[in-house]
Write a protein that binds this ligand. Structure first.
Ligand code: PRP
Ligand code: URA
Length: 208
């Protein structure tokens, strides 16, 4: 099982507002940020701590710090950018690499239009962020691109996943962990998630 679903009443509560067709753009953006922050805490639970000695006002102590330079956060444009502030709340110094993908409305296959990653990519753990894991095609294309650039450790952080999308990733990339706020029922004939929240990009940017 590669999927890690955040089972928490406050997540269900926030998702209920997020999914609602009457939720305005401002609130939608704020909730995407908040949920992304919570998912990021889960996804970095295994972060390596490097021992440091610090001085409190009272005494010295040995403790640990995470080297954020070990990570690259990869938002899938456009909708993935909606989660970025939430991730940066947890890891303010993480490097960000962008991939631009748009699903072809007929074939539902992702088409790449942009790719720009930070240096030393192959030595970083990649956190792919995108609110929606529907067919899994966009995330699979991102994983393939990162792997061909030598990235060895990849995690997916999404908000709503479909069972079909999770199976697609698990079947093809058994080493990749998925962190999501919910797994919904199914895809519809247009490859949208049911009950879902609609088109995440359009709702974040108010384009429809
Ligand atoms: C949406 C969403 C994902 C993708 C999910 O993006 O943000 O990237 O679809 O679908 P999949 O799992 O079937 O590939 P879209 O292509 O609509 O572009 P946008 O972010 O610009 O709205
Ligand atoms: N992309 C979205 O934004 N929503 C879906 O339900 C599926 C793909």
């Amino acid at each position: 099982m590669n999927e890690n679903v955040l089972n928490h009443p406050m997540i269900t509560h926030k998702l209920a507002i997020l999914r609602d067709v009457n939720t305005c753009t401002k609130e939608f953006r704020e909730l995407i940020t908040e949920i992304a922050t919570l998912i990021c805490y889960e996804a970095t639970r295994d972060a390596k701590l490097e021992e440091v000695t610090i001085d409190t006002p009272l005494e010295s102590m040995k403790t640990g710090k995470v080297n954020e330079d070990n990570y690259v956060v990869v938002p899938i444009l456009r909708a993935g950018m909606g989660m970025l502030d939430g991730i940066i709340n947890v890891m303010p110094n993480a490097k960000v690499g962008h991939i631009g993908l748009a699903r072809n409305e007929t074939t539902h296959e992702p088409e790449e239009y942009y790719y720009k990653m930070p240096e030393n990519l192959s030595s970083r753990e990649a956190l792919i962020i995108d609110p929606m894991l529907a067919t899994g095609g966009s995330i699979a294309a991102t994983i393939d691109r990162l792997k061909s650039d030598g990235v060895k450790c990849i995690k997916i952080l999404c908000i709503v996943a479909s069972p079909e999308g999770i199976k697609h990733i698990e079947d093809n990339y058994p080493e990749v962990q998925i962190f999501c706020a919910t797994v919904d029922r199914q895809l519809n004939d247009n490859a949208y998630i049911l009950p879902g929240l609609g088109d995440a990009g359009d709702r974040i940017y108010g384009t429809k």
